[in-house]
Write a protein that binds this ligand. Structure first.
Ligand code: ATP
Ligand code: ATP
Ligand code: MG
Ligand code: MG
Ligand code: MG
Ligand code: MG
Ligand code: MG
Length: 290
């Protein structure tokens, strides 16, 4: 077929294929969820249903996109990791990001009534932004995952203490923040600055929780302390799926891709809340990084 005289505009489109042989992470984040969580009266600091809804939407994304090897979620964000050999959409960034964002959002809205039956959604409806970043080495990828989990820990410890001071200690927000701003004059090293948030150290908050409210932070639910990761349960891999995960990059036909999708949808995707910073997690799941 001969093109029309308008077809030249196609060349205005810029190529955006991501660097080959690098780990692609697509992170999505809820837009304005501070407001959204107030509108639907999310329990503070952690609304269990909201987190489970995020996990369910992420599970649906993983089922629909078999190239994702692992996903990690906390608060209103989720990171999806594509194996470095991934060839989906010729690794085009805009295709990968927009497909994940729209699939996730569609399922978030679709599954909402299962988790919030008493509060139907009304505009403005939930939406998510997304970005793709390439990590060239396994160490970079692991550091990325560790970064998100450390962030989860720091935020959760702070928020748990902040809301205990309000909900159990009868303080208002300003008083609670002031209490958490106890000055610590010890010289700072790298580890200490990691633990620093809004002028407090982890030890202070553990201490406040325990001495004032008899709360042992260690006994808080794992999902709140560690976030959630999802992957295909190894026991439920069939040989073909396993081979797919380990396969060299190949251009899949639409039928093959569709079959993959169906197989993946049937395989059980597990949700766990383990430590993904330690070597043990990755040593036990060598296929994720090989
Ligand atoms: P932006 O559009 O820039 O992302 P935001 O308001 O979404 O703005 P975030 O930094 O993404 O800002 O923070 C997410 C907000 O949503 C936080 O205020 C957090 O407390 C709230 N939130 C998300 N999930 C939950 C949950 N499960 N329970 C309680 N609050 C939640
Ligand atoms: P891809 O995922 O690559 O976009 P696709 O199957 O969506 O694959 P498109 O090139 O986007 O391929 O084509 C859209 C398809 O949807 C066409 O087959 C078109 O006929 C069909 N389609 C879209 N809208 C309508 C509509 N309103 N009525 C009938 N068919 C439609
Ligand atoms: Mg944001
Ligand atoms: Mg947000
Ligand atoms: Mg966020
Ligand atoms: Mg089209
Ligand atoms: Mg189309």
């Amino acid at each position: 077929m001969i093109g029309s005289r308008f077809e030249y505009v196609k060349h205005f489109e810029q190529p955006d294929s991501l660097l080959p042989n690098t780990w692609i992470v697509v992170r999505i984040d809820g837009r304005g969820f501070t407001k959204f969580s107030t509108k639907y009266a999310f329990e503070k600091p952690n609304d269990k249903r909201a987190l489970e809804l995020m996990n369910a939407a992420a599970r649906a994304v993983m089922a629909e996109l078999p190239d994702i090897t692992i996903a990690y979620g906390v608060s209103d964000e989720y990171s999806f990791v594509f194996h470095k050999t991934c060839a989906l959409f010729e690794r085009r960034s805009s295709k990968l990001v927009s497909t994940i964002v729209s699939t996730f959002t569609a399922y978030y809205v679709h599954l909402w009534p299962t988790y919030f039956s008493e509060a139907p959604l009304s505009p403005p409806l939930p939406s998510f932004d997304g970005r793709a970043v390439c990590y060239p080495t396994v160490q970079n990828l692991r550091d990325y995952m560790s970064w998100r989990q450390v962030d989860c820990h720091i935020n959760n410890l702070y928020n748990t203490t902040f809301w205990a001071l309000i909900q159990l200690g009868g303080m208002d927000g300003t008083e609670a923040e002031k209490t958490l701003k106890v000055n610590f004059l010890a010289p700072m090293n790298k580890t200490m600055s990691l633990m620093l948030r809004k002028g407090t150290y982890a030890a202070d908050k553990n201490e406040i929780l325990f001495s004032k409210f008899s709360i042992n932070y260690n006994n808080e639910p794992e999902m709140y302390k560690k976030g959630s990761y999802e992957l295909v349960e190894p026991g439920t891999h069939n040989a073909a799926l396993e081979a797919d995960i380990l396969a060299e990059p190949v251009q899949k036909s639409k039928t093959q891709a569709e079959n993959d999708r169906k197989r993946r949808a049937k395989a059980r995707i597990v949700v766990e809340h383990l430590d993904i910073i330690k070597d043990e997690f990755w040593d036990r799941r060598p296929w994720l990084l090989s």
